[in-house]
Every structure is written in structure tokens, then in C-alpha cells.
Design a protein around this ligand. Structure first.
Ligand code: 6PG
Length: 275
């Protein structure tokens, strides 16, 4: 049962979440400060509701500069003390293939901004092991998800063998990537696994990432997007032709959950529709 007291398949059954409708919401803010204040406020509310309804709140974090500001807010008053952190389970949407103390590590950023500053038991933090050989790290993370979510081992996205995070935070790069789903890369084709390695030729490096079918099982997915360099890709993603090989963020379309776009005015500047 979902937190709304409905079976997940019954929620939003008639409206595809990537289209305007009750399962997609767009919010606009003057700048990153206002956006992150509202994101923090909503995250606290969702955590409270999830913990009250099911005893825990599972949250997948993103890398990037926008969420780092959100993490800083959450680590301080008035947000920090509003819910029981021992009931929060932390996961990651993607990771760079570097050790956890490396400046590029998403875990390191989240740890410094938030995880080390709140009363979160270490066993509640599930990080991707970027220091291990990438294939092994991706397989190990899939197993860790199976254990944490009590999943069955099996192929393909179904509620029995794919995790359903209560909330996944995402950013979007100026090239339309999200998590580590980059344009033209192999991971965009992945349908059977929730986590995969992705070689990114443009960066000449490997990443570990949740796949689009895994992201799309979440209860809520929030994109936090700011800055004028996002205006062009954003209008393509939201209003353009469906070209997910070019604009991977178009693959994000929660099957039964809610999709929230939180945008600052600079990022939203080229949109012609606001709902
Ligand atoms: C990462 C991210 C990535 C990020 C976008 C947007 O590891 O870099 O998970 O997908 O969210 O690149 O980043 P900004 O918020 O910094 O623009």
C-alpha cells in the first residue's frame, strides 16, 4: 500500500506523469534561494508523512551544486529537528568512480553538507562504492537495494524487484542529462536492472547510476533546475519532441508517482507553458 492508502497501481492511473495533469507539478521561483527553501519545506513534510504512514522515509540524493544548497538548509534550523532522522534511509541516484573522500564524490558532498550534521545512524546511509571496479560497484548496489527494500531478485521493473524510493532528487545538466544518464550513452537502453555502470565518452570516465526504469518506480521525483544555461535544454525536454537519446531527462516519467519540476526564472525563461 502506498502512503495515500491506495495501491500504487491505482494512483494516477489515468494520467501519464510526464504530461500536464495531477501527477506533474511545476513550481517557479525567482532564484535558487527561494527554490531551495520551498524544496526543504516540502521535503520535511513528505518525510513526516512517510514516517507516520510507514515508519521510514527513503530518499535518493543527487550530486550537483543545486542540491548541495538544499542539503545545507536541511542540516540547519528550522528544518533539521522537524523529523526523526533515525527513520530516514539515504541512497544515491548516481556516483562518480572515485573514492568517497575525493572532491568529485557525490557521497563526500552530501556527507559534508548534510549526512555528517544530522543524527543519522551510519547503517541508514547506502552509498555507491565509487572506489570499487565499476561493474562490481553497480552489482553490489543493486544487491544492497534488494536487501534494503526486501526485493525479489528478478529481471525488469516491477514493484517486486525494483526499489520504490519515497523521493528521488534529480538535477539536470546543460546537455539534458540527469543522474548519470548522459546523451547517447549505453545506460539509456537499460531496462532490466535498477543500477548500472555508464561509460561517458565526453567525460572519459565511468559513472554508476540508477536507471530510468528504477527512477520511474519512485513515489515522488523532484527535478531542481536553476540557471540560464538550463533554459534551452529545459524547453527541449519539456516542450520538444520525444528524443531521449539526446535529452535523457525525458526518460523520467514516474509510472505511478508524482513528478515535480522546481525551476528558477532563469532556467524557465524559454518555456511557453507553465503547467
Ligand atoms: C552529478 C549529478 C548530475 C547533476 C546535474 C545538474 O553527479 O553531477 O547527479 O546529474 O544533478 O549535472 O547539476 P547542477 O545542479 O550542478 O546543475
Amino acid at each position: 500500500m502506498g502512503i495515500l492508502g491506495l495501491r500504487k497501481t491505482e494512483r494516477f492511473a489515468t494520467m501519464p506523469p510526464n504530461q500536464p495533469g495531477p501527477s506533474r507539478e511545476m513550481l517557479f521561483f525567482p532564484g535558487v534561494e527561494e527554490l531551495n527553501q520551498e524544496a526543504a519545506r516540502r521535503l520535511v513534510e513528505l518525510a513526516k508523512v512517510s514516517i507516520a504512514a510507514q515508519g521510514h522515509f527513503s530518499l535518493a540524493l543527487s550530486g550537483g551544486s543545486t542540491p548541495e544548497k538544499l542539503y545545507n538548509l536541511l542540516a540547519n534550523a528550522p528544518y533539521k529537528d522537524q523529523f526523526d532522522w533515525s527513520k530516514v534511509l539515504i541512497f544515491f541516484g548516481d556516483e562518480r568512480c572515485v573514492p568517497p573522500n575525493h572532491p568529485d564524490s557525490n557521497y563526500r558532498m552530501a556527507s559534508q553538507a548534510l549526512l555528517s550534521k544530522v543524527p543519522l545512524p551510519s547503517e541508514n546511509i547506502h552509498r555507491m562504492h565509487g572506489e570499487d571496479p565499476p561493474e562490481e560497484a553497480a552489482a553490489a548496489y543493486a544487491q544492497e537495494l534488494e536487501k534494503a527494500f526486501g526485493l525479489e531478485h528478478g529481471d525488469g521493473p516491477s514493484p517486486e524487484n525494483f526499489p520504490s524510493f519515497d523521493l528521488i532528487l534529480l538535477g539536470m545538466g546543460p546537455d539534458g542529462h540527469t543522474a548519470s544518464l548522459f546523451p547517447g550513452t549505453q545506460a539509456l537502453q537499460e531496462r532490466g536492472r535498477p543500477v548500472t555502470v555508464n561509460h561517458v565518452p565526453r567525460l572519459n570516465s565511468d559513472r554508476i547510476t540508477l536507471t530510468a526504469p528504477a527512477i520511474n518506480q519512485a513515489g515522488q521525483v523532484w527535478f531542481l533546475v536553476v540557471g540560464e544555461d538550463k533554459a534551452e535544454p529545459l524547453v527541449r525536454v519539456l516542450e520538444g519532441e520525444f528524443q531521449p537519446q539526446t535529452y535523457p531527462s525525458q526518460l523520467v516519467s514516474p509510472q505511478h508517482g508524482k513528478l515535480l519540476w522546481m525551476l528558477d526564472e532563469a532556467a524557465a525563461a524559454k518555456l511557453t507553458k507553465r503547467s
